[in-house]
Design a protein around this ligand. Structure first.
Ligand code: EPU
Length: 438
């Protein structure tokens, strides 16, 4: 989170102007967090380059420090560099205040079980975007031999020894897969995970751990079977690494939908192109034209004129490589000003339509037809309003709507947006938008 965004609560913009220019995509939030957790397994210095400067990364840094590790953040050439040195960690009780503030703190369980054999943590609780149980996390850890007690809101997990085994997830969960991998890396023997999540943030975690000396093999038919084989290594075999975080596919997608909604041509540098197939397919269907430049890994989107922007008829969110749930709201915002109708089905999280009320206040025509389906009928224009962010991706989508709307829009409670976007207003300002923090 930049200094500018830290002390502000509002983003103000005057919409209706096309975007034009180039921005660099920040490092991925959802790849950085598990890799930071993984540093707890390594009794040495790890350098993570290109991390995003956002609240969730700061919270994770605080949680990691609470175990006794040293965490230092410095501004690097491309984003923030974080140095984590976990040589002398001994504390396995994670402070409730930060655990409850950040759901993904639960992935520290696998790392601390692997390193210290014990962890005390609070239930991370529900979330604005829907029920977020952790039964699959606990299932994976128990299968590896952890004993887990829960009392009220508290969880205590203990393992004399973690032992490799076969784990078949009933359905794909990013966090449960990452937690299980973290615990299995130093377990005795071999762990085979079936139906592991295939999101790039899972393979990025495996790449980091392998670079640090782990033995994780992603099966050749991984995209079908979700099979990952982990040969446990001794803790002392893991060593420090210098690692570059992958760019954020969700931030890239957010900016692409913003360009569709506002019009114009934008170029995104540091683009995770291979992670964006389903997103580019939707944008092409809506009339966008792409040009990818392999020499400097950048992607230009030529957005159609508003009169030629059209809705595709149907999209459902899905696990990777399907269309990401985290981009459902940004797509929804762009769909509000495209010709024709789009039916959106949200299959991953149950409460991701909270943003609709705010979009309707801006003049959007959206009908919620069931808990998981909404139909958007494009309107010729949205009107600027004072709207409130209620969660991260919905908040970013309100900024997109504001850029497309006529007149002034303010988005308040931007603390939610700052959890995942390092400098959303600064980036859109670089793209020529009339936008600032207030
Ligand atoms: N689920 C269970 N039991 C579990 C775990 C998950 O029922 O033990 C369910 C969830 O309720 C959900 C589905 O499984 O319906 C998928 O959840 P998953 O575990 O894959 O999600 P996650 O690990 O909690 C990560 C990202 C989310 C992203 C999802 C899906 C991080 C820190 N978070 O969450 O990112 O939406 O995967 O791709 O990696 C965001 O960045 O805004 C965000 C919410």
């Amino acid at each position: 989170m930049s200094q500018t965004t830290q002390n502000t609560r509002l983003i103000r913009m005057e919409g209706g102007y096309p975007l034009e220019g180039t921005v660099r995509i920040q490092g991925s939030k959802n790849a950085t967090l598990p890799v930071m957790a993984a540093c707890l397994l390594v009794s040495d210095k790890c350098v993570l380059r290109g991390c995003p400067q956002i609240t969730d990364v700061m919270y994770m840094g605080t949680l990691i420090k609470s175990t006794g590790a040293k965490v230092e953040q410095t501004m690097g050439v491309n984003g923030m560099d974080i140095v984590i040195e976990s040589t002398d960690i001994q504390e396995c009780r994670l402070p409730s205040r930060y655990v409850s503030a950040m759901r993904s703190s639960v992935i520290l369980m696998g790392a601390l079980l692997g390193r210290l054999g014990e962890v005390y943590v609070d239930y991370p609780g529900g979330c604005v975007i829907g029920e977020r149980p952790i039964n699959l996390h606990l299932y994976g850890l128990e299968k590896l031999g952890a004993q887990i007690w829960t009392e009220g809101n508290h969880i205590h997990a203990y393992a004399d020894e973690l032992i490799g085994t076969e784990i078949r997830f009933p359905f794909s969960s990013v966090g449960a897969t990452q937690n299980t991998i973290l615990a299995a890396v130093t377990a005795k023997g071999t762990t085979v995970i079936w139906n592991a999540a295939k999101e790039p943030e899972v393979t990025a975690l495996c790449a980091f751990l392998n670079q640090a000396g782990a033995d994780i093999r992603i099966h050749k038919d991984f995209m079908e079977s979700g099979k990952i084989v982990i040969h446990g290594v001794e803790l002392c075999r893991l060593h420090g690494v210098d690692y570059c975080v992958v760019p954020d596919r969700i931030v890239a997608g957010t900016y692409l939908f913003a360009a569709l909604a506002a019009g114009g041509n934008i170029t995104l540098e540091n683009i995770p192109i291979s992670h964006l197939d389903s997103v580019c397919e939707v944008i092409t269907g809506m009339g966008g034209i792409f040009s990818y430049h392999a020499d400097n890994n950048s992607l230009t989107l030529y957005a159609p004129n508003r009169s030629e922007l059209r809705n595709i008829s149907y999209i459902e969110t899905d696990i990777y490589p399907g269309f990401p749930t985290d981009l459902q709201s940004p797509l929804l915002a762009a769909a509000c000003v495209a010709n024709g109708k789009l039916m959106i089905k949200e299959k991953i999280f149950s409460s991701r339509f909270k943003i609709i009320e705010e979009l309707q206040r801006m003049g959007a025509d959206i009908a919620v037809t069931s808990e998981e389906c909404a139909i958007v009928t494009g309107v010729s224009t949205l009107e600027g309003r004072n709207v409130i962010a209620k969660e991260l991706r919905g908040g970013a989508a309100l900024v997109i709507a504001g850029l497309a709307a006529e007149g002034i829009t303010t988005v308040s409670d931007i603390c939610y947006i700052n959890r995942g976007y390092q400098d959303i207003a600064g980036d859109f300002a670089k793209l020529g938008a009339r936008i600032s923090y207030d």
